[in-house]
Design a protein around this ligand. Structure first.
Ligand code: NAD
Ligand code: DAU
Length: 367
C-alpha cells in the first residue's frame, strides 16, 4: 500500500478537489500533509474548506494560491513541501463555458497539465515511490447511442473543447509514463454530484433555481443521459487507485446510475417538495405565490451545441482489481445533496453573486 506523506491536490478549492481534501482528513489512515494548489478562478472557493483550515491547522493543511501553468512555481512548491504525490483536479470543467470561450480550457487543461508533468519529472528525477494521478473524464470517449458502454480501451472521440482539452492532457500524462517512466495513474469518471457543487452544473443549478422560483432550463428534449456518481464515492475510488492501482493504468469510475435529464429534474422537484415544501418557501411566497409545484418551473431551452447524447462507463476493472464499488445510490445521494443546499443558502448566495453573476449577465438571460 502506498500512503503518500505530502500530497499536492491541484484544484482543491473546487467541487471535487475540496470534497477529496475533506475525505482525506476524515480518514484516520491518512497522517500526511495536503498542499492545496489553486488559483481561485470563479469556480474556486475557499469557503469549501473553512472547517478543514480550522480543524486540521497549519501543520498538515497548506493553501497555495498559484496557477498550475507556472512551471517554475510548481517546481518550487514540489521542493518546498517535498511533494510525493500529485492528485491533479485543477481544470476548467464546464462544457458550456468551453463552447463560449475555449481558450482558457486549452491553457489550464493542456498547458497546466504539461507544466505539472514537467515539474514532476524534474523534481522526482526517476523516483518510483511517487505518483502523478490525473483526474480525467468519461467525456473523452465521446457519445453513446442507446446501448453500450465506455471501456478503458474505448478509442477517444471528444466532441467539445472541454473534452478535447481533457483528452489531450490525458495523452500527455500517459506519454510521460511511457517516455520518462513517470509513475502515473489515470481515472475516467462519470458525472459527480454532492455538496459544494458549483450551481452552474445541472443538479445544483436546478436545486438552487427551484429554491428561488427561477426557471429550470432543460436543453433540447431533456433525454440526454448521464451516469451519476456521488462525489464521496469518487474520492474513495481515487484513494483506491492511489494506494493500490497499477502504475501506467487507467481506471473507469462510474455510479452505475444512468438517468436522463428530465428524470433527474423531476426527482429533484419531488424531493424538494418533501424537504422544502412550496408553502414554507419564503421566496416562492414573495415572487411566485401562484406556483402549484416546483415542476412547473421546467422550461425547455435551446440545445447545447454538440450535446453528447449518452455517457455510461463500465467500471468492472476497478471493481474487480481494486475492490471498489459505488457506495451511495442515486436516491439517497440526491436527498443528501438537496438537504445540503437547503442547509447552506449562504454558500449559494456568495458564490452566485461574484464573477459568476457577471458571466451570466454577459452570456445568458434566462437564469
Ligand atoms: P471545478 O470547476 O469545481 O474546480 C476546478 C478548480 O480548479 C477550481 O477550484 C479552480 O479555481 C481551479 N483552477 C482552475 N484553473 C486553475 C489554474 N490554472 N491553476 C490552478 N487552479 C486552477 O471542477 P470539478 O467539477 O471539481 O472537477 C475537478 C476535476 O475533475 C476536473 O479535472 C474535471 O475535468 C474532472 N471531472 C469532473 C467531473 C464532474 O462531474 N464534475 C467528472 C469527471 C471528471
Ligand atoms: O461526464 C463527466 C463530466 O460531467 C465532467 O467531465 C464535467 O466536468 C462535468 O461538468 C459534467 O459535464 P456535463 O456536461 O455532463 O454536465 P452538466 O451538469 O453541464 O450537464 C449535465 C446534463 O444536463 C447535460 O446533458 C446538459 C444538461 N443541462 C445542463 C445544464 C447546466 C441542461 O439540460 N440544462 C442546464 O442548465
Amino acid at each position: 500500500m502506498f500512503l503518500p506523506n505530502n500530497i499536492m491536490v491541484t484544484g482543491g478549492a473546487g467541487f471535487i478537489g475540496s470534497n477529496f481534501i475533506h475525505y482525506l482528513f476524515n480518514n484516520p489512515d491518512f497522517q500526511g500533509r495536503v498542499i492545496n494548489v489553486d488559483s481561485l478562478t470563479y469556480a474556486g472557493n475557499l469557503e469549501n474548506l473553512t472547517e478543514i483550515a480550522a480543524s486540521v491547522g497549519e501543520k498538515r493543511y497548506f493553501f497555495e494560491k498559484a496557477d498550475i501553468c507556472d512551471g517554475e512555481l510548481m517546481e518550487a512548491l514540489f521542493k518546498k513541501y517535498e511533494v510525493d504525490a500529485v492528485i491533479h483536479f485543477a481544470a476548467e470543467s464546464h462544457v458550456d463555458r468551453s463552447i463560449y470561450g475555449p481558450q482558457e480550457f486549452i491553457r489550464t487543461n493542456i498547458m497546466g497539465t504539461f507544466a505539472l508533468l514537467e515539474a514532476s519529472r524534474k523534481s522526482w528525477a526517476g523516483r518510483k515511490d511517487v505518483l502523478f494521478h490525473y483526474v480525467s473524464t468519461d467525456e473523452v470517449y465521446g457519445s453513446l447511442g442507446e446501448t453500450g458502454y465506455f471501456y478503458e480501451d474505448t478509442s477517444f472521440d471528444p466532441r467539445s473543447p472541454y473534452s478535447a482539452s481533457k483528452a489531450s492532457a490525458e495523452h500527455l500524462v500517459k506519454s510521460y509514463f511511457h517516455t520518462y517512466g513517470l509513475p502515473v495513474t489515470v481515472s475516467n469518471c462519470s458525472n459527480n454530484y454532492g455538496p459544494y457543487h458549483f450551481p452552474e452544473k445541472l443538479i445544483p443549478l436546478m436545486v438552487a433555481n427551484a429554491m428561488e422560483a427561477k426557471p429550470l432550463p432543460i436543453y433540447g428534449d431533456g433525454k440526454n443521459v448521464r451516469d451519476w456518481l456521488y462525489v464521496e464515492d469518487h474520492c474513495t475510488a481515487i484513494s483506491a487507485i492511489v494506494n493500490r492501482g497499477v502504475r501506467g493504468e487507467v481506471y473507469n469510475i462510474g455510479g452505475e446510475s444512468e438517468k436522463n435529464n428530465l428524470e433527474v429534474v423531476h426527482t429533484i422537484c419531488e424531493v424538494l417538495e418533501e424537504l422544502y415544501p412550496l408553502k414554507d418557501n419564503p421566496v416562492v411566497k414573495e415572487v411566485s405565490p401562484g406556483l402549484g409545484a416546483y415542476e412547473e418551473l421546467v422550461t425547455f431551452v435551446k440545445d447545447r451545441p454538440g450535446h453528447d447524447r449518452r455517457y455510461a462507463v463500465n467500471c468492472d476493472k476497478i471493481k474487480k482489481e481494486l475492490g471498489w464499488s459505488p457506495g451511495t445510490d442515486f436516491p439517497s445521494g440526491l436527498r443528501k445533496t438537496i438537504q445540503w443546499y437547503i442547509d447552506n443558502p449562504g454558500w449559494v448566495e456568495n458564490i452566485r453573486s461574484g464573477e459568476y453573476k457577471k458571466w451570466l449577465e454577459k452570456n445568458y438571460d434566462s437564469r
